[in-house]
Design a protein around this ligand. Structure first.
Ligand code: BV8
Length: 268
């Protein structure tokens, strides 16, 4: 019960109201952003003091033009982020999502997770049916090649910036930069899951970057109950049916604990 101690009384009341509906959901769609990894020690993008964009110019570093101009500089930034991420582990919010997914299997339910994060923490936490909308920082692909040609390159730190393929060609991070299209099949699958959901949760995202940010709105338009978990209000808050204004590593375990006490066949 330690988690409950730090939740505000208001959040505890919202969770109490939400749990019976959440425990009934059999098609859960979860959409996450950088905030869900904040408590693992990975900086978000837009948090004023600590956010990456406070220190770096995203157009220079998270764009194909920035890369073509100075691939070594962009790779230096990604190598730094890889080194930070290699020291970080999933937090209680990541593991609560995996636990919820496992609780749904015996009742023929399913939980699909679409993340904007490239840090691999949902995968390390054991979450399946994982949709990586913006790629993965541990994957690379030859410059000019498509997502299908990506492969994992785990060297940390990298031996050279930019890293090169065996044939000497330049490798780029297998991530989606500003101004680049997402992998169409990945995005279509995410929209399909959002449209089928009876419960959708948007967790740890400023809801600013499209087309990913449209997913929770589409879920709601197709009949899902919409929950937002974020210490701050966002562009999505007004559209949410339930708002848990807390850090996700605190709110998610409390929510999943409540669901576990109701789902059949789960020890309370
Ligand atoms: C596209 C991967 C079609 C790389 C990222 C002009 C030209 C071209 C496109 C555009 C344009 N103008 C607008 C666009 C569209 C653009 C866009 O939406 N721009 C925004 C800024 C207006 N989108 C694109 O470019 C996309 N592609 O549109 O293609 C196209 C193609 C060609 C030409 C025209 C159109 C591609 C976007 C993907 C960019 N890649 N990252 C990398 O990571 O290095 S973006 C990056 O920011 C993330 O991936 C994420 O998607 C995005 C949003 O970040 P968040 O995850 O939400 O993080 P943020 O810091 O913002 O917020 C953190 C939140 O967590 C906060 O709310 C905070 O309160 C909360 N929080 C903090 N602590 C906690 C917490 N929550 C819970 N618990 C806590 N403890």
């Amino acid at each position: 019960m330690g988690q409950q101690r730090q939740l505000s009384a208001e959040t505890r009341a919202v969770i109490e109201e939400l749990v019976p509906e959440a425990a009934k959901a059999r098609r859960v769609f979860i959409f996450t952003g950088a905030g869900v990894s904040a408590e693992s020690g990975i900086p978000t993008f837009r948090d004023a003091q600590t956010g990456l964009w406070a220190k770096y110019d995203p157009v220079m570093l998270a764009s194909i033009d920035g890369f073509r101009k100075d691939p070594a500089n962009v790779w230096k930034w990604y190598d730094e982020r890889r080194q930070t991420m290699s020291q970080c582990m999933p937090n209680a919010g990541h593991t609560a999502i995996t636990e919820w997914q496992r609780m749904l299997a015996p009742v023929q339910g399913r939980l699909d997770l679409a993340t904007q994060n490239i840090d691999d923490l949902h995968r390390i936490a054991g979450t399946e049916q994982l949709i990586e909308l913006h790629g993965n920082i541990w994957e690379v692909r030859p410059l000019g090649a498509g997502f299908a040609d990506a492969f994992r390159l785990m060297d940390c730190p990298l031996s050279e910036h930019p890293p090169r393929a065996a044939d000497g060609s330049t490798l780029r991070p297998n991530v989606v930069w500003f101004g680049e299209m997402l992998d169409e099949s990945v995005l279509n699958h995410a929209f399909h899951c959002a449209m089928k959901a009876d419960l959708a949760l948007s967790i740890g995202t400023s809801s600013l970057v499209y087309p990913a940010a449209a997913l929770p709105f589409v879920a709601r338009e197709h009949g899902a109950t919409l929950v937002e978990i974020n210490p701050e209000r966002t562009e999505l808050t007004a559209a949410a049916d339930y708002v848990l204004q807390e850090p996700s590593a605190l709110a998610l375990p409390a929510l999943v604990e409540g669901i576990r006490s109701i789902l059949p066949g789960n020890p309370a």
